[in-house]
Design a protein around this ligand. Structure first.
Ligand SMILES: NC(=O)C1=CN([C@@H]2O[C@H](COP(=O)(O)OP(=O)(O)OC[C@H]3O[C@@H](n4cnc5c(N)ncnc54)[C@H](OP(=O)(O)O)[C@@H]3O)[C@@H](O)[C@H]2O)C=CC1
Ligand SMILES: O=C(O)C1=N[C@H](C(=O)O)C[C@H](O)C1
Length: 244
């Protein structure tokens, strides 16, 4: 049995994750921690899963790493500085897995987008989420833009053509690693993303939709089961899915 603790256990994702862990025969839910609770109970776990808040994840992650626990981070907003800090704190054999999106389709969407990015002049990312989401752009959109930018840099490609010189209201959106990213927040949505690619005479749209948070649970359970087999710091679910 792998013992699992969940941070943010009463939240939308945390509660779904607790139910999924409880329903898995090889996993045991040993700790549920929410805002204001004592994190000490997490020491009973082999693996801690964090679904809290972008403003809380750094402190939680450092605490779990310093406690010698394996950690699966689902919370968005984990930047390069935090990743570097965590690398420096890890003990031999300890594993931290930071997963921008646990949905298998979202993992594939990011890979397909990076594959396609070197074949097109223009690439933009549009992420669409429920209106209670705390941060923008989403962790998924940020990761997608980073992967696209890396693929384009490797192919020697620069930014897409864009004649905009006057944009007082920021209608062209944010840029992440030079890739335009647009965020929509709308009642009725859960988690969705489109990657739009274009060249003269054609466009390609790669779209993924999470219609329910259950879509993330196979990935969460896989991460709990496999994280210990991937010591060090890993970003993304790709290595655990044996995609190559
Ligand atoms: N990787 C993935 O596939 C996915 C990632 N996410 C990410 O997961 C995170 C959580 O999303 P969601 O579940 O929708 O958010 P919710 O607001 O529904 O849940 C977050 C929970 O964490 C609690 N919390 C906040 N700070 C702390 C803390 N310091 N210690 C313990 N608990 C805390 C909140 O308590 P309170 O309400 O009292 O503040 C709340 O119960 C977001 O960053 C989101 O982007 C979401 C979906 C999929
Ligand atoms: O807050 C959400 O809902 C989601 N957050 C993650 C993100 O920021 O990318 C994953 C998914 O998009 C749902």
């Amino acid at each position: 049995m792998i013992k699992v603790g969940v941070l943010g256990a009463q939240g939308r994702m945390g509660s779904e994750a607790c139910a999924a862990v409880r329903g898995a025969e090889d996993l045991e839910l040993v700790a549920r921690v929410d805002m204001g609770d004592d994190r000490e109970v997490l020491r009973a776990a082999d693996v801690v899963v964090d679904f809290t808040h972008p403003a809380a994840v750094a402190d939680n992650l450092r605490w779990c790493v310093d406690a010698g626990l394996h950690v699966v981070v689902g919370t968005s907003g984990v930047g390069e500085d935090l990743l570097d800090d965590v690398r420096g704190r890890l003990q031999p054999g300890q594993a931290v897995l930071v997963v921008p999106n646990f949905g298998i389709g979202a993992v594939l969407m990011m890979r397909f987008a990076a594959q396609a990015a070197r074949f097109y002049d223009s690439v933009e990312v549009v992420e669409l989420h429920h209106p209670r989401k705390a941060d923008a752009p989403s962790g998924t959109a940020t990761r997608t833009a980073q992967m696209i930018a890396a693929a384009r840099a490797e192919a020697g490609l620069g930014p897409g053509p864009d004649a905009t010189t006057h944009d007082p209201d920021g209608a062209r959106g944010a840029t992440v690693d030079g890739i335009p990213v647009h965020a929509v927040r709308m009642a009725g949505l859960v988690a969705h993303q489109e990657v739009l690619l274009g060249s003269e005479g054609e466009t390609l749209t790669i779209r993924h939709d999470s219609l329910h948070r259950s879509s993330f649970m196979p990935g969460v359970l896989l991460a709990c089961r496999k994280v210990a087999e991937h010591p060090g710091l890993t970003v993304g679910l790709d290595d655990l899915l044996d995609l190559d």
